[in-house]
Design a protein around this ligand. Structure first.
Ligand code: GYE
Length: 324
């Protein structure tokens, strides 16, 4: 009897020890094998410098904190993003950081994680769901404000006059909707005479931005005074198209965008891009700070908004070397 009791006690002790720091994984049977914390990062695509910087930031921070990272790239497909997350759930990761490509369509993945008790942290774009219920928190920029800042700069630079073409981001993404809304509303307020004469998606990609701009220059070239691109990659594509059409970017057509990549800052220095609103891709530190808090049983806010800068001819030189 005595022996049986002590075996039982030992079993309880081992179970309790294994549970320490194991998060959702008291038996220690997660993808890390032992007590090492395992975090999944579901990236949506890797088609531009911003995404590469984001992935590298998360990989670097995981490594520095001794956390195992399970990384997936959905290659621009929401269906693949859902199955990527389902496989992370099957592997019993402790947390999932999710960069949603589209606002809609991720519910099956969020449900699977919730059912398995795996906390999800949304990064960089929003997805449909209730914070604190379907996901723990959203970490990212204020996209409405980004659109407003681009509109204010353009209105001021152009004295409240001119025709604008807008190159929008990925259709169905929260960020494209908000960057448009912020811009349109601000423009109506500060420069009611300025008009958006065309608005087309370039899917946040340089080649698409260039193609769309080529077509717009062909159909209404002489009417275009300015371009608002939802990201730097499309702005660079538009600048290429403007040059190919024999016009001078920065003089004939003023360009403004969002992100703050190295190519964009170099384009500002060259006088071809007017300004870019910063949108930080460096999610490593804030994501793992949140995870650390959750591990310690602390609560986290349902929204964590990054502080972003603004780059134009006055400071591009100063920041170009540290840009990505
Ligand atoms: O601006 C863009 C990227 O979701 C905030 O997506 C992000 C945006 C970023 O592909 O370059």
């Amino acid at each position: 009897m005595k022996k049986l009791l002590s075996v039982l006690f030992l079993g309880v002790l081992v179970f309790a020890l294994a549970g320490c720091g194991g998060g959702e994984d008291p038996a220690g049977d997660n993808a890390g094998g032992d007590d090492q914390l395992v975090v999944g990062f579901s990236q949506m695509e890797m088609n531009n410098p911003w995404r590469i910087a984001e992935t590298e930031s998360i990989q670097k921070e995981a490594k520095e904190r001794g956390i195992k990272l399970v990384y997936t790239d959905a290659q621009g497909s929401t269906a693949k993003q859902v199955s990527d997350i389902e496989s992370m759930v099957a592997q019993k990761v402790d947390y999932i950081a999710l960069a949603p490509r589209e606002f809609e369509g991720l519910a099956p993945a969020l449900d699977a994680a919730k059912e398995a008790g795996i906390p999800v942290i949304l990064v960089d774009r929003m997805a449909k769901g209730t914070p604190g219920e379907d996901f723990v928190t959203f970490i990212g920029s204020n996209f409405i404000e980004e659109g407003e800042r681009a509109a204010s700069w353009l209105a001021e630079t152009m004295d409240g006059k001119g025709n604008i073409v807008e190159l929008t981001g990925t259709s169905g993404s929260s960020v494209a909707l908000d960057r448009q809304k912020g811009f349109v509303d601000k423009l109506a307020e500060v420069a009611p005479e300025m008009e958006i004469i065309a608005s087309q998606t370039g899917d946040f990609a340089r080649a698409d931005g260039q193609k769309v701009m080529e077509n717009l220059l062909q159909s209404q070239g002489d009417k275009i005074d300015a371009v608002y691109a939802h990201n730097d990659e499309m702005a660079i594509g538009a600048i290429n198209a403007i040059k190919a059409a024999g016009k001078v970017p920065g003089e004939d057509i003023i360009v403004v965008s969002v992100d703050g990549t190295k190519d964009a800052l170099n384009a500002i220095i060259a006088g071809e891009l007017g300004a870019t609103v910063e949108c930080s891709p460096f999610f490593g530190p804030p994501v793992f700070d949140v995870i650390e808090k959750l591990e310690n049983g602390e609560s986290v806010p349902t929204e964590i908004i990054n502080e972003d800068r603004f780059f134009d001819a006055s400071n591009a030189e100063e920041f170009v070397d540290s840009a990505y």
